[in-house]
Design a protein around this ligand. Structure first.
Ligand SMILES: [Zn+2]
Length: 123
């Protein structure tokens, strides 16, 4: 399946997840737009995201996104400090980025990726 940015219901979940969590690319550290596609694997559906600025590709399983969303809602509803669920994201392609922070073939928690982009925001 090709990368696209379709305004279909099927695209709402992957799009919302990336835009609300990583408006800045953890690889090139630019404010970016993500193209996304869904990949069907034996382990289930994976969302793959491609940064329009550096062409890097990161991915996450649909299951992790759903679990993360459910947990966030639970925290909001109960207003209790619950153990944060940290989904893992894989790095599939570096694109044009020369980042030393992330490596292809490794998995990183969403929190780690956010931290990388958060440091840029503070500068
Ligand atoms: Zn990028």
């Amino acid at each position: 399946m090709a990368f696209g940015k379709k305004r279909l219901f099927i695209g709402a979940l992957p799009e919302k997840f990336i835009n609300s969590n990583l408006p800045i690319c953890p690889m090139c550290l630019n404010k970016t737009e993500w193209l996304h596609e869904q990949q069907f694997t034996f382990q289930g559906v994976r969302f793959r995201y491609k940064c329009l600025k550096c062409n890097c590709i990161i991915s996450i399983s649909r299951k992790e996104v759903l679990k993360y969303n459910d947990n966030e809602i639970l925290i909001l509803k109960t207003k209790k400090t619950r153990k944060e669920f940290q989904p893992l994201m894989g790095v599939e392609d570096m694109g044009k980025s020369k980042s030393d922070n992330l490596k292809v073939g490794y998995q990183y928690s969403l929190k780690d990726m956010k931290t990388l982009t958060g440091e840029i925001l503070k500068r």
